[in-house]
Design a protein around this ligand. Structure first.
Ligand code: CP
Ligand code: NVA
Length: 299
């Protein structure tokens, strides 16, 4: 819930932000990106410590937060859940109470969304969801920053997400809608998002791709889905992001992927490394958008 006349207390799903806060965050992210060499924001987190707590592996999220906190003049403290007493059964709520006495914010990636919600409920400092199986809001902030720098005004930009209706798709739909982006989602039966969340919810990847400004996909087997890998690969095979699908997009269409990618599965090498690919900018934009997020939350 937003604080009265202030920033949101946490970022767990993206629904904590107002449209105005999201626009301002993306504007600030662009400023931080342009001014990175000149040290723009270099004192924003001076004297603050931010914990980065990971129950699951991460390359982009972990490193971009670690670098981002340091570039804002703060101190990042990267922790693995299994090296805390959490691993021996101390509750997440007690962990939150104690960490709140030392730190100014907690960024957490967890294997269950309930863990992050429980941590936020007991914490006295802002909590940022760095991915759960249900939501990945930090990814969506970078996705929107990438669309903004490619297309300018976000209002009316269309994105077609094809594949698994997972955490990345859900956060794109939630935050995309807030930003005025038309988010279309094509998934197989049984892999859909909640009804009404995307602007278009279809089983047909070609219908979603038609005239879209960006085509987006993610892995078919997310962290935690490994036991279903074989079934998922079979069900999702018709949803590959390839040159043929990209050609259905608008003239200016770009390809997006949150990474890590499995070239030859959900995306072809041709598209991932092709001239329309914006995925490397998208990965870089994790840094700038998360710096803007931390400034907003820690004001
Ligand atoms: N896209 C993303 O969140 O990547 P990591 O799992 O490497 O953090
Ligand atoms: N959907 C993927 C995203 C990884 C960044 C997963 O949850 O594993």
């Amino acid at each position: 819930m937003p604080r009265l006349n202030g920033p949101p207390s946490h970022l767990l799903t993206g629904e904590e932000l107002t449209a105005e806060q999201l626009t301002a965050l993306l504007e600030r992210a662009a400023e931080l990106k342009a001014g990175r060499g000149e040290g723009v924001g270099a004192r924003s987190l001076a004297g603050r410590t931010v914990a980065l707590l990971f129950e699951r592996p991460s390359t982009r999220t972990r490193i971009s937060f670690q670098v981002g906190v340091a570039e804002l003049g703060g101190h990042p403290l990267t922790l693995r859940a299994d090296e805390l007493q959490l691993g021996r059964g101390e509750s997440i709520a007690d962990t939150a109470r104690v960490l709140s006495r030392y730190l100014h914010a907690i960024v957490i990636r967890a294997g269950s969304h309930a863990t992050v919600a429980e941590l936020a409920a007991a914490a006295e400092v802002p909590v940022v969801n760095a991915l759960t199986p249900v939501h990945h809001p930090c990814q969506a902030l970078a996705d929107l920053l990438t669309l903004r720098e490619r297309f300018g005004d976000l209002d009316g930009v269309s994105v077609a997400y094809v594949g698994d209706g997972n955490n990345v798709a859900r956060s794109l739909a939630i935050l995309g809608r807030l930003a005025g982006v038309e988010v279309r989602v094509a998934t197989p039966t049984g892999y859909e998002l909640e009804p009404g969340l995307p602007a278009l919810d279809t089983r047909d990847p070609r219908e979603a791709a038609e005239g879209a400004d960006a085509l987006y996909t993610d892995v078919w087997v997310s962290m935690g889905d490994e036991v279903e890998a074989e079934r998922r690969r079979a069900d999702l095979a018709p949803y590959q992001l390839n040159a043929e699908l990209l050609a259905l997009g608008s003239e200016r269409a770009i390809a997006l992927h949150c990474l890590p990618a499995h070239p030859g599965e959900e995306i072809t090498e041709e598209v991932l490394y092709g001239e329309r690919s914006a995925v490397w900018d998208q990965a870089e934009n994790r840094l700038h958008s998360q710096k803007a997020l931390l400034e907003l939350l820690l004001g």
